[in-house]
Write a new protein. Structure first.
Lengths: 111, 114
């Protein structure tokens, strides 16, 4: 059974204070690891898909990296508008094409 | 704008009511999903429709009934719900290609059962 654990559960940063969110996973053959951003009361917004260890993707202040056991979402010089819940999901090749989601990390960036 | 729309955005219903949630995707995808999201819990998959095949989470109560008339539309019919069914209901779609699939989500329907 695929498993996803995200840490920390909640993170408070000052504007400009860089940090990283962690997504640890166990999966039988990784097809893809996904990062989403979710604002309160809204649906998750797709950010990145990573396919293999060593891969990196960037979008504005966000950078996602992937190893064989975990992924990091690095936030450089965050702004208050980066405040949201960040979700991680994995899709394995064990038979089901349905992604497994973590509980998310709630990020608050103070001005 | 994600290309996946949901209506209504908010719904309040009594336990004896019958209502339906609607989802429409404009992305040309061939798979659609219903998820339930409750506070402090991971996304819970309820139903999947893919290539005219239906997959369901066996833990979903029968008071939830999905319908997928075509690859662009998905409904969730609700009847005799319980207060614990109050949650954010999310629709998603993806393109099944036999490899990795990225899901795109709608804005959700916030449901309150009184």
């Amino acid at each position: 059974e695929d498993q996803v654990t995200q840490s920390p559960e909640a993170l408070r940063l000052q504007e400009g204070e860089s940090s990283s969110l962690n997504c640890s996973y166990t999966v039988s053959g990784l097809r893809g690891l996904f990062w989403y951003r979710q604002d309160p009361g809204k649906g998750p917004e797709f950010l990145f898909t990573l396919y293999s260890a060593g891969e990196e993707k960037e979008k504005e202040r966000l950078k996602a990296t992937l190893t064989k056991k975990e992924s990091f979402l690095h936030i450089t010089a965050p702004k208050p508008e980066d405040s949201a819940t960040y979700l991680c999901a994995v899709q394995g090749s064990g038979g089901s094409y349905i992604p497994t989601f973590g509980r998310g990390t709630s990020l608050i960036v103070h001005p | 704008e994600t290309g996946v729309t949901q209506t209504p955005r908010h719904l309040v219903m009594g336990m004896t009511n019958k209502k339906s949630l609607k989802c429409e995707q404009h992305l040309g995808h061939n798979a659609m999903y219903w998820y339930k999201q409750s506070a402090k819990k991971p996304l819970e998959l309820m139903f999947v429709y893919s290539l005219e095949e239906r997959v369901e989470n066996n833990s979903v109560p029968s008071r939830f009934s999905p319908e997928c008339p075509n690859s662009s539309h998905l409904f969730l019919h609700l009847h005799t719900l319980q207060p614990e069914d109050s949650a954010l209901y999310l629709c998603a779609s993806s393109h099944r290609s036999g490899y990795q699939e990225t899901q795109y989500f709608g804005p959700g329907t916030r449901l309150l059962v009184l």
